[in-house]
Design a protein around this ligand. Structure first.
Ligand code: ZN
Length: 101
């Protein structure tokens, strides 16, 4: 029996929305992690791709985000790719995140 491994969902600490912690490459080229909304958005900016890995000998799905420039977004959406937004863009408490509280 093969178990389907899904990326781990978390809840935003401020608004309780379901989020994924996603690996990204920051503008300075360094790796980091950012929260993304679990729900795809019609105006999403990033494509999330799952990669299998292991954690404590258990299979895990790591998500990696790639920024999609605007002209390519329409093509991807037409092809059925679901794009997502950073939770920093949608969180009603985003101001608090930015203040770092
Ligand atoms: Zn939130």
């Amino acid at each position: 029996m093969t178990e389907k491994v899904m990326p781990e969902k978390k809840a935003c600490r401020s608004c309780d929305a379901p989020i994924y912690w996603v690996h990204i490459v920051k503008k300075d080229g360094k790796p980091g992690r950012m929260p993304f909304d679990v729900e795809p958005a019609p105006n999403g900016t990033h494509r999330l791709v799952g990669r299998m890995g292991t954690f404590n000998n258990k299979p895990v799905m790591d998500l990696h985000a790639t920024f999609v420039p605007f002209p390519e977004r329409e093509e991807m959406i037409k092809a059925g790719v679901r794009l997502r937004l950073s939770h920093f863009a949608t969180c009603p408490d985003a101001e608090q995140h930015r203040r770092g509280s």
